[in-house]
Design a protein around this ligand. Structure first.
Ligand code: 2IO
Length: 420
């Protein structure tokens, strides 16, 4: 049976570096309880995996945490046929031939256009100079939205993301977030109305389709799903990309191996997501009295699954605090078997539907950056500062490299042009 331990999620040391506290949780088999939030924080892999798979734990907390800035329900709040249908629609719009024909070239173009002016500098900040713009531009591309004011959209996104993910919002900050949400929905509404009239082949148009009876989603439901996609696609992208490069630069052998064999990149991304999960928490509510590892949990309790902690559970992952390039490459594992899955994308019926998309996205961009930036390093003495309890990532990642003399980032990507 686990022991309950007092926990202050806002504690400065924990915010600066949660990993030692996750270590104590595993070592002493603890269930954390934060009195101020009246919430449990659960970090054992087996418990987290059960919570995310057990219908006793509902997504009810999203009604207060997300719905006010989303304007309507997000996918994770839905169940049954409604959930299955809408999830299928979004998945269809993200995958299959769409990815190959539309998104892959788009991601490549955005990546090349953004690094083109940075390459000759011999160094830039992978978060501030690249990642933030990159994350918003790819998301706007997914929704086929105009990129003209992408910095402004980025600011609105940040306001909305704060509302969903910050645990210490002041009244004034909450008002600002609601304001950002209003701006975003004013940006989206006329575009959605247009696509309801004359649908194209983009993801928003798929959401606008009606069934044989002429029934479909309302504008407010479509706006909410677009905001859901906007947040879910933008928020983790720059964080995952920057941490991938941080880990690779910290592990020169891994960096060298990935450069030589690009098929290792996918495993490197998965290992990055495990070790430094861009989403660290998933909130749930107990819909009836239950227990977690023997600790009684009463109906109505708020329970945070600490997926970032579960991903470092030593009973599941050997050397859990180490970056192990080949941990998720079955072909290169000694037993050639697939090891345990990480929980960075969640689990159960609400498991991230953008998982495959995001892996391919970071794979495309990571591969281009590796090709264009040789002799990668971070400035001497650089100290990584990560921020965020719910979503977490570096505020800055300065990188230096030797500008390559032969060739430079191409911004032309059409096959005709490439075969010139
Ligand atoms: C938008 C938190 C970035 C989701 C969320 C309220 C619902 C859901 C998640 C992820 C990541 C975001 N929750 N995506 O944790 O859609």
């Amino acid at each position: 049976m686990s022991k309950i331990a007092v926990f202050d999620v806002l504690d400065r040391d924990f915010q600066n570096n949660p990993y030692p506290i996750y270590g104590e949780l595993h070592q002493d088999d603890l269930v954390y309880f934060d009195k101020n939030f009246g919430a449990y924080f659960i970090g054992k892999y087996a418990d987290v995996s059960r919570i995310l798979n057990d219908p006793v734990f509902t997504t009810a907390p999203l009604a207060v945490r997300a719905q006010p800035v989303m304007g309507d329900r997000v996918l994770a709040q839905m169940e049954g046929t409604e959930h299955a249908q809408k999830r299928r629609t979004v998945l269809r719009g993200l995958g299959g031939s769409y990815f190959h024909n539309t998104y892959a070239p788009l991601i490549e173009t955005i990546t090349r256009q953004l690094i083109a002016p940075l390459i000759s500098r011999g160094g830039f900040d992978l978060v501030r100079d690249f990642g933030k713009d990159y994350a918003v531009l790819v998301t706007l591309g997914i929704l086929d939205l105009p990129a003209t004011n992408h910095r402004l959209v980025g600011q609105w996104h940040a306001g909305v993301a704060d509302f969903v993910t910050r645990l210490d919002m002041t009244e004034c900050e909450r008002r600002h977030s609601l304001e950002c949400s209003r701006h975003l929905s004013e940006f989206l509404t006329p575009i959605i109305s247009d696509r309801l009239q004359t649908p194209g082949r983009d993801l928003i148009s798929l959401l606008c389709l009606r069934d044989d009876n002429g029934d479909g989603m309302t504008v407010s439901e479509i706006v909410a799903l677009c905001l859901n996609i906007l947040l879910a696609a933008t928020e983790p992208a720059d964080k995952s990309l920057a941490m991938l490069f941080k880990h690779l630069i910290d592990h020169p052998n891994a960096l060298q191996a990935v450069r030589q064999d690009k098929s290792l990149l996918r495993g490197a991304i998965e290992e990055t997501l495990r070790l430094t999960s861009p989403v660290q928490l998933i909130p749930r509510e107990a819909s009836q009295d239950t227990e977690i590892s023997g600790v009684p949990i009463t109906k109505g309790s708020l329970v945070f699954s600490m997926i970032g902690a579960a991903n470092r559970d030593p009973s599941i992952f050997e050397g859990p605090n180490l970056f192990e390039l080949k941990r998720f490459s079955p072909a290169s594992r000694p037993d050639r078997k697939r090891g345990p899955r990480h929980l960075a994308f969640g689990a159960g019926m609400h498991v991230c539907l953008g998982a495959e998309f995001s892996l391919r996205q970071i794979e495309i961009t990571g591969s281009i950056l590796l090709d264009e930036l040789t002799d990668l390093r971070m400035p001497g003495g650089f100290q990584l500062e990560e921020r965020g309890l719910y979503t977490r990532g570096p505020v800055s990642l300065p990188i230096e490299f030797s500008p390559i003399s032969t060739g430079h980032a191409r911004t032309r990507t059409s096959p005709e042009e490439r075969n010139e």
